[in-house]
Design a protein around this ligand. Structure first.
Ligand SMILES: Cc1cc2nc3c(=O)[nH]c(=O)nc-3n(C[C@H](O)[C@H](O)[C@H](O)COP(=O)(O)OP(=O)(O)OC[C@H]3O[C@@H](n4cnc5c(N)ncnc54)[C@H](O)[C@@H]3O)c2cc1C
Length: 419
């Protein structure tokens, strides 16, 4: 498309931040509306996949991202009795690949630094309604903003605006959520692994190294503990909570001994959402607002970043807004669809009350993922590079070279087993 557009972005989370930076750099006039009074990160530490790293590379943020993130080469899950349920290594797909555990604060600060020029952010503005035909936003006080040429709706998994853009095929809260917190890494021995522990499907704990963030050099880990959504807001009693965790994972319980329970634990709920259309008139959905899913596959933040890049590219190469939005939706749907499918099927294996399913998982998941052929398929899904059933999201050789060079510079983390 020729010329610059006036673009209103709703939400300054991962998707809104990336979209604002990418679109402003293409010469568009971007205005962001964020409900929070003070800008800051939302949510737990997370695993950045190579697909998400590519977006940061295109924003010129890859070096800083690699510097702050913790290299994760292995995803390992076991039962509390020590039976391996999942053991996947990025290098089995490509020796140059790895994931990056990151603090939300680090990603937030990096993306924020990418949009400094002509920055226009309205904080404390909750958008209550949109007029997709006129390109107008209405905030909670009834003030109208716009008209904009394009409205990017990036208000997250609990979006109240998405129904005004596309008819929902699915939009429901997931019955399980998580408590989480950041802890200093200290002498945790698995510095380059995402580790999970399972007791059936009712209890799951995870520990992900998430590196540092600008202004704080302490390497940290993100801990999460699966909880049914119905009891997420119950006041859990500290001693009981700790003994439940100790029963599943004594070493994690030791690591969390300084964390106040429940005050030091943040709470997260998940949602499944899918839409028949991602755009209407001048409005388009992006990130979790378009396709929320449970974080079991660790893809949501990556998907939000890729959406932003796809929207930028569609605006660059299309004639006219309607054509660009259709191109954006087409480009993203096939990639997102397969992750929706797998997250809906796999999440109950790890977070549900289905004990028999969990017993089958414990016996079959690991052997199945070791079979020739299926291992690569599973790795494709985990690395975010599966498109449709058999397609592949290609990774730019410049990204692969940068990852290889980084791995050569950083010595491998010492991995010793617990005694
Ligand atoms: C426990 C947990 C673990 C996760 N782990 C991973 C992982 O390992 N890897 C991964 O890729 N993803 C992970 N995710 C998913 C990831 O967090 C989300 O997919 C990602 O944050 C989506 O980005 P977004 O920009 O769409 O939404 P968000 O980051 O939620 O941002 C939405 C923004 O919109 C603002 N907003 C909302 N409503 C309004 C309104 N009406 N007006 C103005 N502003 C509004 C909000 O304040 C917020 O700033 C995890 C999620 C959870 C809960």
């Amino acid at each position: 498309m020729k010329g610059s557009l006036r673009i209103g972005v709703v939400g300054y989370g991962t998707g809104g931040q990336a979209a604002a930076a990418l679109l402003a750099r293409d010469g568009h006039h971007v205005e962001v509306f964020e409900q929070a009074h003070v800008l800051g990160p939302v949510g737990a530490g997370f695993l950045l996949q190579p697909t998400g790293m590519e977006v940061l590379r295109q924003l010129g943020l890859l070096e800083a991202t690699l510097q702050h993130g913790a290299r994760v080469g292995r995803l390992f899950g076991e039962t509390r009795e020590g039976r391996a349920v999942m053991d996947m290594r990025y290098r089995d797909l490509d020796r140059r690949l790895f994931g990056l555990g990151m603090q939300r604060g680090a990603l937030f600060a990096l993306l924020d630094s990418a949009w400094q020029e002509d920055r226009n952010i309205h904080c404390g503005r909750r958008i209550a309604a949109i007029d997709a035909g006129r390109g107008v936003l209405r905030d909670q006080e009834g003030h109208e903003h716009g008209a904009f040429d394009l409205l990017v709706i990036a208000d997250g998994a609990a979006s109240r605006l998405r129904a005004e853009v596309g008819e929902a095929v699915l939009d429901r809260p997931y019955p399980w959520g998580a408590q989480w917190c950041l802890v200093p890494r200290r002498d945790w021995p698995f510095g380059d692994e995402l580790r999970q522990r399972y007791a059936g499907a009712r209890r799951m704990a995870g520990m992900l190294p998430v590196g540092t963030r600008p202004g704080d050099d302490t390497p940290r880990m993100s801990f999460f503990w699966s909880v049914p959504a119905a009891s997420l807001h119950d006041e859990c009693e500290g001693a009981r909570w700790r003994s439940d965790l100790r029963d599943v994972w004594p070493e994690a319980a030791d690591t969390l001994q300084d964390i106040a329970v429940p005050d030091g634990l943040a709470k997260a709920r998940y949602r499944d959402a899918a839409h028949r259309r991602w755009y209407r008139g001048r409005a388009v959905l992006l990130g979790d607002a378009a396709h929320a899913m449970s974080p079991q596959l660790g893809q949501g933040a990556n998907m939000a970043l890729i959406d932003a890049l796809a929207l930028r590219d569609a605006l660059r190469t299309s004639n006219g807004l309607a054509h660009a939005l259709a191109q954006y939706e087409r480009a993203r749907r096939e990639h997102v669809g397969i992750y929706h499918f797998w997250s809906r099927w796999l999440t109950p294996l790890f977070q549900s009350e289905r004990d028999r399913l969990a017993a089958m998982r414990d016996r079959l998941f690991h052997p199945l993922t070791r079979m020739p052929g299926s291992r690569r398929q599973v790795l494709r899904v985990l690395t975010g590079t599966r498109r449709g059933w058999l397609g592949v999201v290609p990774l730019d050789p410049r990204l692969l070279d940068a990852l290889e060079a980084h791995a050569e510079r950083v010595s491998p983390m010492p991995c010793r087993a617990f005694s």
